[in-house]
Design a protein around this ligand. Structure first.
Ligand code: UD1
Ligand code: CA
Length: 437
């Protein structure tokens, strides 16, 4: 238990010019989830926080829409124009007037930060009864980061931005990670004294360190273990690099839990997917969104699971199969070339190659469900036009288009009867060669 309540401020007003995109930077996605979502989840999963303030500015309406639809705990606060990180945090001040607790400040473009780190960072602040704690990191090449400045006695006294730093200060390898824990009651006065007489003409959040030191407050730094966690995204290249990092961590977690992954280099699995032990993931599998996959399954090569899959044990998802928002029970096979969307498949179902659940009506824009019950099977190249149910042990003949429910234990087939024209080819050949004589 902490001594005080905790709220968070997420800085997300910046334009993200280097993304060269119409979309605001923090709404760019990794595994279908916006960068801002990763940060809000990490903050909220500490279990410490009951309210978030998201500072929005560039394309504020879009960011606000995402936050409103996904995070009840979060309130968006407009910062316009964007006058710097100090000004950004100060925009939340009216909502924190009498707040006697801690405020965690995080940037909205650092999706790799974990709730474990934020938790131990907050614990550290609390245990030290600090007024201000800054997360720092040691970088061999600290380019672009603010430097942590210490006095002769190693006491942390200020942060200097690279653009304002002397050559001596630039040589410092300890940098500001951009994550802060602020004892609001004792430090919030700092925001009214910030000046913008610096290289960028901005109100720097980092200047609160100097203010707190001058006011004899307890200022601490917390050194981060894993520098990757504060990897910030400013470009599409960094977005791809962060995707790789998040994926690598996700695959390591899964392998630690007993999942067999043949080729981590070509396998992508979202961090919000859980997979049971002894499931085998073959190369070129892409699993995004939130999914639950059981144990002893075999997935891939070349399978795509798109979100909302709930897959039981000993299920086979084969090559060129796409699964979306579907439940698949134990011992069922979807082995080749199929699309299973908005469906419920029972156990011991066998889906023939090329079976498609036609779940979407592009005119009404309505999506409907396909239900295939225990032991049923579909022949190759069948189309199940939803809403439709194939009952227990029923069989759908190859090449059928199923538009009505199929009774249990019965065969449904829409194929036109096969005809044989005996000797037809021979006759054609003779006709052709006869013409040449
Ligand atoms: C900031 C720190 C720097 C630190 C680095 C870590 C300051 C002055 N500097 O620098 O010491 O090493 O982060 O990544 O704080 N933002 C707003 N409103 C604004 C300005 C920025 O919301 O008016 C948001 C941006 O969208 C971004 C975050 O604040 O998410 C950081 O801003 P940015 O300009 O990128 O700061 P840095 O130069 O990286
Ligand atoms: Ca930055």
């Amino acid at each position: 238990m902490l001594n005080k309540k905790v709220k968070s401020i997420i800085l997300a007003a910046g334009k993200g010019t280097r993304m060269k995109s119409e979309l605001p930077k923090v709404l760019h996605c990794i595994f279908n989830k916006p960068l801002l979502g990763y940060v809000l989840d990490a903050v909220n999963n500490t279990g410490y926080i009951n309210e978030n303030f998201v500072i929005v500015g560039h394309e504020a309406e879009l960011v606000e829409k995402y936050v409103k639809e996904n995070y009840e705990s979060a309130k968006c606060v407009l910062q316009s124009p964007q006058l710097g990180t100090g000004d950004a945090v100060n925009k939340a001040a009216p909502y924190l007037k009498d707040f006697d607790g801690y405020v965690i400040v995080v940037c909205g473009d650092t999706p790799i930060i974990t709730s474990d780190t934020l938790k131990s960072f907050t614990d550290f602040h609390d245990n030290n009864a600090a007024d201000l704690t800054v997360m720092s990191a040691i970088f061999e090449n600290p380019k672009n980061y603010g430097r942590i400045i210490r006095d002769k006695n190693k006491k942390f006294t200020a942060i200097v931005e690279e653009k304002d730093a002397t050559p001596e200060q630039k040589a410092v390898k300890e940098v500001n990670a951009g994550i802060y824990c602020i004892n609001w009651k004792t430090v919030s006065n700092a925001f009214n004294s910030l000046k913008n007489n610096n290289a960028q003409g901005e109100y720097y959040l980092t200047d609160i360190v100097k203010w707190a030191v001058e006011n004899n407050l307890n200022v601490q730094s917390y050194i981060l273990d894993d520098n990757e966690e504060i990897f910030g995204i400013n470009s599409k290249l960094q977005l791809a690099q962060a995707t790789k990092i998040i994926n690598r961590k996700s695959l390591i977690r899964l392998m630690d839990e007993g999942v067999q992954i043949t080729d981590p280099e070509t396998t992508y699995i979202s961090p919000e997917t859980t997979i049971g032990a002894d499931t085998l993931i073959l190369p070129n599998v892409y699993i995004t969104g939130k999914n639950i996959i059981g144990s002893k399954c075999k997935i891939g090569p070349f399978s795509h699971i798109r979100d909302g899959a709930k897959i039981g044990n000993n299920v086979r998802i084969g090559n060129f199969v796409e699964i979306k928002k579907s439940e698949i029970k134990d011992n069922t096979n979807v082995s080749h070339l199929s699309y299973i969307g908005d469906a419920e498949l029972g156990s011991k179902v066998n889906i023939g190659a090329g079976t498609i659940t036609a779940n979407y009506n592009p005119i009404s824009k309505v999506k409907s469900k396909t239900i295939i019950k225990d032991g049923a099977n579909t022949g190759s190249n069948s189309v199940l036009v939803a809403p439709v149910t194939v009952n227990e042990m029923a069989s759908v003949g190859a090449g059928s288009i199923i538009t009505k429910d199929v009774e249990a234990y019965s065969l449904a087939i829409t194929r036109s009867p096969m005809k044989i024209f005996s000797g037809w080819v021979k006759k054609k050949i003779e006709e052709l060669s006869g013409g040449n004589k």
